[in-house]
Design a protein around this ligand. Structure first.
Ligand SMILES: [Fe+2]
Ligand SMILES: [Fe+2]
Length: 442
């Protein structure tokens, strides 16, 4: 018998992903996809589809039209309906001669298992056990899983694979974006037991549904505003700074809403709001904007450059990073640490709607005062004024976070430590003099 060919017809990408994973991991088969009824019928008309898993409510033509086509053509394809509607609701299914099964949404997992078991009773369709059993898994699904249930590989050719993640590693938004920029939307898991991740997938499906709701998007905005406001209060910033910071933040949030990559990156920060990455990035955005406002540089263009740089300059660091891990990475000249400014700058460079120079600020954020920074080891006087403000704020933020953790946060303690930092650069000395003059803190 030829290799089984399965068509998954569904207009929801997430459902197609999950279905393809479940079917592929249980059956030796070739998968093809259709996003509406017309496309599905086109595939079926070529004659070699053995099984179709078909949504009912699709654009152009629905699942009933597809079934009617099969009946009219006396097509041997097995038909599986996958819908929240019941087949009993539709007359077309009264003739059940091609009807193979029904998967009820949203509980697709038990439904798929049942279909696979039914197919497996047709002996020739059972997938042969294989010592090197690679299962394709979409990067979107990996993002939903977050903690990887197996080692993950890239397939270079049929015989060549390359391991990219260990079992138990984290797959986050920046990994997802990294692969999608290379045009890769599928990676491969090895010897994966489906039951291992079925429960997790159920969760992914319900979260995908929730995230699609507009109220949820609104919640992100409220969450960010509350985060910024409580951050400013916690660290003793003047309350009157709030309205202008909020206004500038609103512009950046609007930008994030209109761009899928940026909203994914913002998700990574919100998910890690209590780790170093989240605290540091959100506080950076408030401090840079407040400082720029006091310097009377706070045009909305400048503010957006600062907020976007603040939020995303460290986005390629691990989301759950803490101070100890960060210090260790610095000490060991860790590759991931040394490359994070360049990676973030490269990514932001490619996105639409980002102000020019934003990626330059990001690239230069570790070029410290005396030319011993990275990646380019330039003296801070050779960086742009906005970069200088950013690097200065970067020190300031980490000092505030450190002092707060030790319970010794005060204006005097901040100035004392900033004095030491600013010694290396006349630019920093000027910024420190300004910081002392203006009232940033209560
Ligand atoms: Fe940073
Ligand atoms: Fe950094």
């Amino acid at each position: 018998m030829h290799n089984l060919k399965v068509l998954i017809a569904d207009d929801e990408e997430d459902l197609r992903d999950i279905m393809s994973f479940l079917v592929e991991s249980n059956l030796e088969c070739e998968l093809v996809f259709a996003v509406n009824g017309v496309e599905a019928i086109e595939y079926l008309s070529k004659g070699d589809i053995d099984l179709i898993i078909c949504d009912y409510n699709m654009p152009l033509k629905n699942g009933g039209d597809v079934y009617q086509y099969l009946l009219d053509a006396a097509h041997p394809c097995r038909y599986v309906m996958c819908s929240s509607d019941s087949p009993k609701q539709y007359e077309v299914f009264n003739d059940s001669s091609l009807f193979f099964g029904y998967i009820q949404k949203p509980l697709v997992l038990p439904g798929v298992k049942e279909i696979v078991a039914k197919l497996k009773s047709e002996e020739s369709l059972v997938k042969a056990p294989d010592a090197y059993d690679y299962t394709a898994i979409s990067t979107k699904l990996l993002l939903g899983l977050s903690i990887l249930p197996s080692e993950i590989f890239i397939k270079l050719s049929d015989s060549k694979v390359f391991k990219v993640f260990d079992k138990g590693a984290t797959f986050d938004e920046t990994d997802y974006i990294k692969y999608s920029m290379k045009g890769i939307d599928k990676l491969f898991a090895i010897n994966l037991s489906t039951t291992q991740i079925i429960e997790k997938m159920n969760q992914v499906i319900s979260e995908l549904k929730e995230n699609a709701l507009p109220e949820n998007r609104l919640e992100t905005e409220i969450q960010v505003h509350q985060l910024i406001s409580s951050t400013l209060k916690e660290y003793g910033f003047q309350e009157e700074l709030m309205p202008s910071i909020e206004a500038h933040f609103k512009e950046t949030l609007d930008l994030c809403k209109s761009n899928k990559t940026l909203s994914l990156l913002l998700d990574k920060l919100l998910k890690n709001k209590d780790s170093y990455l989240g605290q540091h990035s959100f506080l950076m955005s408030a401090v840079t904007v407040a400082l720029a406002a006091r310097l009377e540089w706070a045009s909305s263009v400048t503010a957006q450059k600062l907020v976007v740089s603040s939020l995303f300059h460290d986005i390629f660091l691990p989301g759950d990073i803490n101070n100890e891990v960060l210090e260790l990475m610095k000490k060991n000249n860790d590759e991931e640490f040394l490359t994070h400014p360049q990676k973030a700058a490269d990514l932001l460079d490619k996105l639409p709607g980002i102000q020019p120079d934003t990626s330059r600020i990001i690239l230069e954020h570790h070029e410290i005062g005396d030319g011993y920074g990275f990646p380019r080891e330039v003296d801070v006087s050779k960086t742009t004024p906005l970069s200088q403000l950013f690097i200065f704020s970067h020190y300031l933020v980490d000092i505030i976070l450190d002092l707060n953790r030790e319970g010794t946060l005060s204006k005097e303690a901040i100035f004392e430590q900033m004095e030491v930092i600013s010694h290396s650069s006349s630019k920093f000395k000027k910024l420190l003099a300004t910081l002392k003059e203006i009232d940033l803190f209560e």
